[in-house]
Ligand binder design. Structure first.
Ligand SMILES: C[S@@+](CC[C@H](N)C(=O)[O-])C[C@H]1O[C@@H](n2cnc3c(N)ncnc32)[C@H](O)[C@@H]1O
Length: 240
C-alpha cells in the first residue's frame, strides 16, 4: 500500500541517500521485480542463483537468531522488506511488524505471499525505511537493504533508526572481499543504467568510525559472514 509522505528525512541534507534510494527503487520496482520474485520463492533457479538463495536463507536465520524467539508484544521494523520473507518469520514469532520497502511492486508481492493465521501482524508500507511516520521500534532488521549505500549514508541511517529503536539494529553489509572489491571496481568502470545499483563493500572498522562521526548511538558488533557462491554478506548489530 503506497503511503504518501513516506519519504524519509535525510533527503534535504543528503542527496547521496536519495539518489541511491531512487536507483534502488527503479531497479527493484521495474528492472528486476520478476527475478527477485522468483529468487525469493521455491521456483527452480539456475545453480548460481540457488547458491545465492541458500546463502540468503542462512543469513536470514542468523539475523533472526539475534532476536528473542517469542516476539509477542514487540514492534519490529523490517527495513527494506522486499518480498516479505523476514516479515513473515517475525510475525510467526508473534511480532507486530512494520514491513516497509521503497518498491511498491515488491510490497504487493509480500502482501500477497504473507501466510494467513500468523500469531503476529504485519503492516506493509511502500516508502523510505527512514520515514519518521513509521514510529519507534523494539528491534530493526535490515537484511541486504543497506548494501548499496556508502558508509556515511549507512551511518546516518543507523543513527536515525537507532534513535527510534529500544533494542538493536541487525543488518548486513557487503564485506571488502577481493571478489566484491573487483565487482565494485568493475561497476565503477562500466556503469550501466539497467543493472543492479552497485553494492558498496565496507570494512566494519570504517563503518564504526562513520557511526561515531554521525553521532549514531550504540555499539557496533560484528556477527558472522555468510559466503555461498556469489552471495557474500557480513552481518552486524548496532546495540544501544
Ligand atoms: C537486496 S533486497 C533485500 C530484500 C529483503 N530485505 C530480503 O532480504 O529479502 C534490498 C531491498 O531494500 C529495499 N530498499 C533499499 N533502500 C531502501 C530504502 N531507503 N527504503 C526502503 N526500502 C529500501 C529495496 O527496494 C529492496 O527491496
Amino acid at each position: 500500500m503506497p503511503v504518501p509522505g513516506l519519504t524519509g528525512d535525510l533527503s534535504a541534507r543528503n542527496g547521496g541517500w536519495t539518489r541511491t534510494r531512487d536507483r534502488v527503487e527503479t531497479y527493484f520496482d521495474r528492472t528486476a521485480t520478476r527475478t527477485w520474485e522468483r529468487l525469493t520463492s521455491d521456483a527452480p533457479v539456475s545453480r548460481i542463483r540457488e547458491t545465492v538463495r541458500r546463502g540468503r536463507d542462512t543469513m536470514r536465520a542468523q539475523l533472526l537468531g539475534r532476536l528473542p524467539s517469542d516476539l509477542r508484544g514487540a514492534r519490529v521494523l523490517d527495513a527494506g522488506c522486499g518480498t516479505g520473507q523476514m516479515a513473515a518469520e517475525l510475525a510467526a514469532r508473534g511480532a507486530d511488524v512494520v514491513a516497509v520497502d521503497i518498491s511498491p511492486a515488491l510490497v504487493g508481492i509480500a502482501e500477497a505471499r504473507l501466510p494467513a493465521g500468523l500469531p503476529g501482524r504485519v503492516r506493509f508500507l511502500s516508502g523510505d525505511m527512514l520515514a519518521a511516520d513509521l514510529g519507534s521500534f523494539d528491534h530493526v532488521m535490515a537484511m541486504d537493504s543497506l548494501i548499496y549505500y556508502d558508509r556515511h549514508d549507512i551511518a546516518r541511517a543507523l543513527g536515525t533508526l537507532g534513535r527510534r529503536t529500544r533494542g538493536g539494529i541487525v543488518f548486513t553489509v557487503a564485506p571488502r572481499t577481493p571478489l566484491l572489491m573487483a565487482m565494485w571496481r568493475a561497476g565503477q568502470v562500466f556503469p550501466r543504467a539497467d543493472r543492479s545499483p552497485t553494492m558498496i563493500p565496507h570494512a566494519p572498522a570504517a563503518l564504526g568510525k562513520a557511526l561515531h562521526r554521525a553521532e549514531a548511538p550504540g555499539r557496533l558488533a560484528r556477527l558472522d559472514r555468510v559466503t555461498s557462491g556469489f552471495y557474500i554478506s557480513q552481518a552486524l548489530e548496532l546495540t544501544q
